[in-house]
Design a protein around this ligand. Structure first.
Ligand SMILES: C[S@@+](CC[C@H](N)C(=O)[O-])C[C@H]1O[C@@H](n2cnc3c(N)ncnc32)[C@H](O)[C@@H]1O
Length: 387
């Protein structure tokens, strides 16, 4: 189609940084959407093409000077819409049912949007355009696979959580995994994680989400059933005292409030879970107990006390996990600008030396003595002789 070629020539006169092709002509067209981004490695610039089906993303890299031909090949007769961004202009191309072409052009400073967008999608495992049906029902994605604006922070958190799990999972060839999500709430993470293991990694996964809220558990079970997520179940119950008699490979928590995180960590340790990923929140326990005669400067200002108490609580948890035989790290979960709840505890079962365990325990006890603090996790583990 000569007219389409000419219009694309006009768009590609300048360097285009990002292109989104959408609006399929035929329903059975394999790809729902195609994204193209300008990338740069040490040697040169190139375009990366991402084609989205319902469940997968296919990648292809092409040379800079191939872009015009390639976009023509993708669009011609198959898609009705393309938006392209150069650093100073936004192009909006639309093709009518009769094949008439309209090109809208707007002068914009796109440099910021583009850099943001570029980084935004760079390492994400869960990409816009992937159709994960439960997340549409839960209001995180639109039917077209776009992230709902108000859910963008949650989308980022889930992606980061999965990225950290992905790093750990790659170290072993897991064929099956049993995973417990404590305090699953609306279960955005739980559904995505199930999708990631079952559909992307092809790991035989069994997952249970536990929460105190009856309505949420009912809704999540309905959604899991609706989409045949057969090995994903939700149970009503308290983390404290929760019994599970089979092997557990991984325990996760995302914002399980205050000491709910401690009970989750305790269960994981008791069950000898191979991996633990936990983002705590509302660490009030230490704050409420904290007495600091020598170090009264730390309790003099409410906000300082609160933050110090929260940070120390997570240090104590990390140390106790080490004492219980876990290699443990505290990672930045999410940029603090997006959420102050931004520490993730990552722990994996390992051979921790006796000396290291003892040192970690003494560090915890020193802190307990200094601040008259009695951490829940310490009490639970020492009562069971697990540390
Ligand atoms: C802040 S929400 C987080 C929900 C979800 N993980 C997320 O990040 O979207 C905390 C959830 O933990 C649940 N929860 C708190 N204490 C619990 C306990 N002791 N046992 C089970 N669930 C608990 C609450 O009911 C709530 O749904």
């Amino acid at each position: 189609m000569e007219e389409l070629k000419k219009t694309l020539d006009e768009v590609f006169e300048k360097e285009v940084i990002k292109i989104v092709i959408s609006n399929k002509v035929k329903k059975d067209e394999k790809y729902n959407k195609v994204n193209i981004s300008l990338k740069e490695n040490n040697k040169n610039k190139f375009y990366q093409i991402e084609k989205f089906t319902d469940k997968q993303v296919f990648h292809e890299n092409i040379k800079i000077d191939e872009i015009n031909e390639k976009v023509y090949e993708i669009i011609d007769g198959k898609y009705k819409q393309m938006t392209a961004w150069s650093s100073s202009e936004t192009f909006d191309l639309k093709i009518s049912k009769k094949g008439k072409i309209f090109l809208g052009k707007k002068k914009n400073d796109n440099s910021k949007i583009i850099t943001k967008g570029h980084n935004k999608e760079k390492n994400y495992i869960l990409k816009e355009g992937m159709i994960i049906e439960p997340l549409i029902d839960l209001g995180v994605f639109t039917k077209e696979g776009k992230v709902v604006n108000s859910k963008y922070d949650k989308y980022k958190q889930i992606n980061r959580f999965i990225e950290i799990i992905d790093d750990e999972i790659k170290k072993n060839d897991y064929k099956e995994l049993t995973i417990l999500d404590f305090g699953c709430g609306k279960s955005y993470l739980t559904f995505v994680l199930y999708y990631y293991f079952a559909k992307i990694k092809n790991i035989n996964v069994k997952m249970i989400g536990l929460d105190l809220k009856e309505d949420v558990i009912k809704k999540c079970n309905e959604i899991a059933k609706r989409y045949n997520y057969d090995n994903l179940h939700f149970e009503l119950g308290d983390i404290n005292g929760f019994k599970y008699n089979n092997k557990v490979d991984m325990v996760i928590t995302l914002h399980a409030c205050d000491t709910a995180t401690d009970y989750a960590l305790y269960n994981a340790i008791k069950w000898n879970s191979k991996m633990i990923f936990s983002v705590p929140c509302c660490q009030h326990e230490f704050n409420a107990q904290m007495k600091a005669e020598e170090l009264s400067i730390l309790t003099k200002y409410g906000i300082v006390q609160e933050r110090v108490a929260a940070l120390m609580t997570d240090s104590v948890r990390a140390n106790l996990l080490e004492c219980a035989g876990y290699k443990t790290q505290l990672l930045e979960f999410i940029d603090i600008a997006h959420s102050p709840k931004n520490i993730l505890i990552r722990a994996s079962k390992a051979n921790i030396s006796k000396e290291k365990k003892e040192k970690s325990l003494v560090e915890v006890q020193n802190l307990m003595n200094t601040f008259s603090f009695e951490p829940t996790l310490y009490n639970l583990l020492s009562n069971d002789n697990l540390i």
